[in-house]
Design a protein around this ligand. Structure first.
Ligand SMILES: Cc1ncc(COP(=O)(O)O)c(C=O)c1O
Length: 390
């Protein structure tokens, strides 16, 4: 079956009420028929629900859908995207291991890699953009390679086919944050990714309502992540899982529109005299456009651009938008503009931001589902104001 059909028709449990839409199971625990069943479930001799920190039918439905949509065997849901990324590290890395990671990763992933993993004796090296230099960074204790493509917020694109081959040759766990693309636009498992994490808070919810995360992969590896989550407890709530399962039903149509509008906005910005640089994976001016087109169905819903002038012009632009929201989120029906240098990536040093292209004048737009003419008009007016007031 096709992506849209799987997203809509995967339903794990139908209750005795024969409901058509998916039900929700807001219960913290489950009852046992007798002492023997209770014992067998705890001993893993039988499959079944015990306690919602371990499993819950609403959560399971979301996990099963995500695994199918990513084209892998299994998935485990978490309370947030960061819980998913963190669990994907902790389940496989131990003291003495070495991690390779692309530097252009979400701010909190950067913090985990630079501040928390080293505390537990896990070292790291950043991968340069030039993949020809990667091999020299592999050490005997290198265990995992982690990356984000397209990256937040600079939309760097990394060649997944190359990375898959590189990880295979060096026996590395290939771990990817697929949040910006969603499984609709990019299925990293096709390129050999072992662990695929998401902030489901973004495009998967798509309506700015709930937090959630997921790690998907093969059965054996996800079993390890599940064991970690069962004991450490970053479980997704049944309500959030239900919202996310329903959201998956419309992911494809939403992403089609987000991508169509984002491309139009990117093309508009490229023609605008107030804009110094536009970054969008499917624009021919993107240095990795050809690779993006090989591994992604469409260019995604995020456009980044630099305003001519710098910080002050950027500040005026942000204060002048009227339709777009000033918010730290992305992947909503509502268009959102953000200034990554002072928000999501504020904890990085100025130098670290420069290294990954997050300049003080960089603005990130999460293109919503409003009419594209209204989005463009709002951004056009704000760009004019950013100059006029100067
Ligand atoms: C690429 C990426 N990964 C992970 C996260 C973290 O997700 P959450 O806020 O759900 O923990 C974000 C949040 O913006 C993100 O953009």
């Amino acid at each position: 079956m096709n992506f849209e059909t799987i997203a809509i028709r995967t339903q794990t449990d139908r209750t005795q009420h024969r409901e058509h839409s998916t039900p929700i199971f807001p219960t913290s625990s489950f009852v046992f028929d007798d002492a023997e069943q209770m014992r067998a479930l705890f001993a893993d001799e039988q499959e079944g629900n015990i306690y919602s920190r371990f499993t819950n039918p609403s959560v399971r439905e979301f996990e099963e859908k995500m695994a199918l949509l990513e084209g892998v065997e299994d998935a485990v849901a978490t309370a947030t995207g960061m819980a998913a990324v963190f669990a994907s590290f902790l389940a496989f890395l131990k003291s003495g291991d070495h991690l390779l990671a692309s530097k252009a990763v979400f701010g909190s992933s950067y913090t985990i890699i630079t501040q928390y993993l080293p505390k537990w004796g896990i070292s790291f090296d950043w991968l340069p953009t030039d993949t020809a230099q990667w091999q020299a960074l592999v050490k005997p204790n290198t265990k995992m390679l982690f990356l984000e493509t397209p990256s937040n917020p600079g939309l760097d694109v990394i060649d997944l086919a190359f990375t898959g081959q590189f990880c295979k040759c060096n026996s590395l766990i290939f771990n990817i944050d697929n949040c910006f693309a969603t499984p609709y636009l990019q299925q990293p498992a096709r390129f050999g990714a072992d662990l695929i994490s998401h902030s489901a808070t973004k495009w998967i919810d798509g309506q700015g309502r709930v937090l959630g995360g997921v790690v998907a992969g093969n059965k054996a590896m996800i079993t390890e992540v599940k064991k970690l989550c069962r004991s450490t407890g970053p479980s997704l709530s049944p309500f959030n899982a239900w919202v996310l399962s329903k959201s998956l039903e419309t992911l494809a149509v939403r992403m089609d529109r987000h991508c169509e509008s984002a491309l139009l906005l990117a093309q508009f910005l490229e023609q605008n005299g107030q804009v110094a640089r536009v970054i969008y994976p499917f624009l021919p001016s993107h240095p990795m456009c050809a690779v993006a087109k090989q591994q992604m169905k469409k260019g995604g819903g995020i456009v980044a651009f630099e305003i001519k002038g710098g910080l002050e012009q950027g500040r005026r632009f942000l204060n002048s938008v009227k339709l777009c929201s000033l918010s730290a989120n992305l992947g909503d029906t509502r268009s959102i503009v953000t200034h990554p240098a002072s928000t999501t990536h504020a904890k990085l040093t100025e130098q670290a931001r420069q290294d990954v292209g997050i300049t003080n004048s960089l603005v990130r737009v999460s293109v919503g589902l409003e009419h594209i003419d209204d989005i463009v008009a709002d951004i056009d007016n704000a760009l004019k104001s950013s100059v006029d007031e100067g």
